[in-house]
Write a protein that binds this ligand. Structure first.
Ligand code: BEZ
Length: 212
């Protein structure tokens, strides 16, 4: 069955470059970015794993753990990690699952047979501390992912979990946000958004980001 937003992320045990992973236990109370790669020793994946490692401080700031996946065996992952360190200027600093038996790839529906019946596509899952799937992205093998976008969505999810707001098109952390249309009570709006707000239309009310 295809995973959908709001579903519980499946639990699994699998080998990785950092040992055997018991997924839910490993995730603990963190957010998780789980992302798949078509194959080891491929150029686009090499740059992505380097970039995700370089961004570790940004993920940590947001209480996010990162985990990669490729269907190649562990000994190849270990050799590939040497190339990543050599060419990307950053060592791999998160687990890369060795999903040779396709256990995790199948659980998360990362193999799209009409694109390629063997390799995983470039899937991204953002999972919250309650283990709920909050974002699903799927890229083709030929297109490297945009990590600023992944961080941007995490910022939006973490903000909108805590406040009655949504984030507009192309929003970035620190910019104005939208008060959710279901919030109607004027006194409550004033209480929740003491910095004030602008009514562009009754359903489009803009306020400074409340946690800044
Ligand atoms: C890559 O990661 O470079 C790649 C993988 C599969 C197909 C095309 C490119």
């Amino acid at each position: 069955m295809t995973l959908k937003l709001g579903d519980l992320a499946p639990d699994f045990e699998q080998d990785s470059t950092e040992g055997r992973i018991d997924f839910h236990k490993w995730a603990g109370n963190s957010w998780v970015v789980l992302f798949s790669h078509p194959k080891d020793f491929t150029p686009v994946c090499t740059t992505e794993l380097g970039e995700a490692s370089r961004l570790k401080p940004e993920f940590e700031k947001r209480n996010v753990k990162v985990m990669g996946l490729s269907v190649d065996p562990l000994n190849e992952h270990i050799e590939w990690a040497k190339d990543i360190k050599e060419t990307q200027g950053t060592a791999l600093n998160f687990p890369l699952l060795a999903d040779g038996d396709r256990k995790v790839s199948n659980l998360f529906d990362m193999i799209h047979p009409n694109a390629n019946d063997t390799f995983t596509v470039r899937s991204v899952f953002v999972i919250d501390p309650a283990k709920k799937v909050r974002l699903i992205l799927t890229y083709p093998a030929s297109t490297g992912r945009n990590f600023p976008e992944i961080l941007r969505v995490i910022d939006s999810l973490q903000l909108t979990d805590g406040y009655k707001v949504a984030t507009p098109v192309n929003w970035k952390n620190g910019e104005d946000v939208i008060i959710v249309p279901s919030l109607k009570d004027e006194a409550e709006i004033k209480r929740l958004f003491p910095k004030g707000y602008t009514t562009v239309k009754p359903y489009l009310r803009v306020t400074p980001q409340p946690n800044k």
